[in-house]
Design a protein around this ligand. Structure first.
Ligand code: ASP
Length: 235
């Protein structure tokens, strides 16, 4: 009997160790979604109608609309505002930047911000100046409201979460995801008010693209968050 004791003695601690490590190995990256409104949260009065109202869908509804996200991230949502981004204010900006910095100091792997496209580039540029973290910050919007046929918001949101959860996105400064493209937020501009490929980075080109739900970067900016451009802001 004695020769059985050693394997059993080893087996039990090894099993205990594996059981202890298993949840960590399977844990998905924690991502926090800060919602501010926009067309991505927009609703038409009647399906198929061209008119709609921005900032109608809640952050919880946005998350529920894309159940596939649960497979790639542990996502929680917070409603920072629910407005059309043409009415963006300094107060919302400050709240958004403060919350982004706070969240990134904790155990979250990244932040996703849903935003209207009209002032997405301004918010992205501002965050590029004041976010003090190497963790990914991804801004995302859509050109069609949530109730539209072939709404682009759900796929854009999925990609934004996948990007925020990707180690590849670290240390690049805030990014914008829309229409299968990734842009450095400080380079992006809205150049079209009706089509899905509304954003371009005329001076630098796109930062990368999405293929099969995965981000592929073309290049890394030498200085994504230049220290000298940072505001001396402690928020
Ligand atoms: N007016 C909308 C906004 O900026 C446009 C959009 O989201 O595409 O909130």
């Amino acid at each position: 009997m004695r020769h059985h004791t050693r394997p059993i003695k080893l087996f039990l601690p090894i099993m205990a160790l594996l059981l202890a490590l298993a949840p960590a190995a399977y844990a998905k990256p924690k991502i926090v979604l800060l919602a501010t409104g926009g067309t991505i949260a927009g609703v038409q009065p009647k399906e198929g109608e061209p008119g709609y109202k921005s900032g109608e869908v809640s952050v919880d509804q946005l998350i529920e609309a894309v159940p596939e996200i649960k497979e790639i991230a542990d996502l929680t949502g917070e409603q920072v505002a629910n407005i059309g981004s043409q009415t963006m204010t300094n107060d919302v900006w400050v709240k958004l930047a403060q919350r982004t910095n706070e969240v990134l100091k904790g155990d979250a792997a990244g932040v996703v911000i849903t935003h209207g496209t009209d002032t997405l580039e301004e918010t992205g540029y501002f965050l590029n100046l004041v976010v003090k973290s190497e963790k990914p910050v991804v801004l995302v919007g859509s050109m069609r409201p949530a109730t539209a046929i072939s709404a682009d918001g759900p796929a854009n949101l999925y990609q934004a979460v996948a990007l925020a959860a990707s180690p590849e996105a670290k240390g690049r400064g805030p990014l914008i995801v829309i229409n299968d493209e990734i842009h450095y937020a400080r380079e992006a501009q809205k150049i079209n008010t009706t089509q899905l490929d509304a954003f371009k980075s005329p001076n630098a080109g796109p930062a990368g693209i999405f293929i099969g739900g995965k981000p592929h970067f073309y290049f890394r900016m030498m200085s994504p968050t230049p220290r000298r451009a940072h505001f001396p802001w402690t928020g």
